[in-house]
Design a protein. Structure first.
Length: 304
């Protein structure tokens, strides 16, 4: 089997069996093709699947070195993600095609310091949720739609893809939502009355009749709403509100977790609500909460 065909099989496995999101699948495909292109240039021609089992640690390190160079060198975090993707690819080759590569275990990725999430404050979150209703350029149903989507991100801690994956049959919202997150992992998320009201207001104003299986949130012409629209909407709003560049849709999800932690919720519960596979991922929010506590101390204590 040719190496390119093996790559195609891996991507199909990720799509059909692992059920990765289109965005993640596209990123993995880009990394895989870039990896094979380097190896083909290094070895002087197309590779077979068996050739991939003989790739040396030195060749993999040379590939990483190339990624660090050029006009747009990758950051340590992006290099680590690229190496992780290639490890997954070689793991697939080993399990499914019997092509093992022991040299990969000798390659260490760059040291990456995990960055703390950058949530918006409670006041900033309130401004973002209220802003769609003040936009005179939007039809009332579009304002209600944007408010409903952002309220789901902040009120339920959803990712954009998770909010936009809701179907017409999911609304009106009940007391909880069943969400399929990364890696097809299922979780139940409580629905606050404020969230249910925002979605219901959108439904009441929606000018389109939808079948139960159609996506709930619609674009101006009736097609499914895209993640890019949500990102562009928040980008425009933060300019009007004078918010920093870190005020993104995902920052509302970060704020959901940080504000729960500040109110006394335990990490394990927040982990389940966010759908994190590892508690260590959720622990990043303790850094944010501790930083906020220190700022409050410095501004309020008479001897700070």
């Amino acid at each position: 089997m040719e190496a390119r065909a093996a790559l195609a099989q891996w991507l199909e496995h990720l799509e059909q069996e692992r059920r990765l999101s289109p965005r993640t699948l596209s990123a993995y495909g880009f990394i895989g093709r870039r990896y094979l292109t380097f190896l083909e240039g290094h070895r002087g021609g197309p590779l077979t699947g068996e050739d991939l089992g003989g790739i040396s640690a030195a060749e993999i390190r040379a590939w990483l070195a190339v990624l660090r160079q050029g006009e747009t060198p990758l950051s340590p975090r992006s290099l680590s993600q690229s190496l992780s993707a290639i490890r997954t690819f070689h793991g697939f080759l080993d399990r499914r095609l019997g092509i093992a590569n022991p040299a990969l275990a000798l390659v260490r990725g760059p040291r990456v310091r995990p960055s703390a999430p950058r949530p918006v404050t409670e006041a900033q979150a309130a401004e973002l949720l209220a802003e769609p209703g003040l936009d005179a350029n939007l039809d009332p149903w579009e304002s209600a739609r944007d408010e409903a989507v952002l309220t789901l991100l902040y009120g339920c801690g959803l990712r954009i893809s998770e909010a936009l994956s809701l179907r017409r049959r999911d609304a009106p919202l009940g007391e909880a939502l069943r969400i399929t997150g990364k890696g097809a992992k299922m979780r139940r998320v409580p629905v606050l009355p404020r969230v249910a009201e925002a979605v219901q207001a959108y439904l009441d104003a929606l000018p389109f009749a939808l079948s139960p299986d159609e996506p709930l949130f619609r674009a101006r012409r009736g097609g499914p709403l895209s993640p890019r629209h949500v990102q562009a909407t928040v980008q425009g709003m933060r300019g009007q509100l004078g918010l920093p560049a870190s005020a993104t849709p995902h920052a509302l999800r970060h704020a959901f977790a940080t504000h729960l932690l500040g109110a006394g919720a335990d990490l394990r519960s927040i982990q389940e609500l966010l759908g994190h596979a590892s508690l260590s991922t959720t622990q990043r929010y303790t850094q944010v909460d501790s930083a906020a506590l220190l700022r409050a101390y410095a501004s309020a204590h008479p001897r700070a």
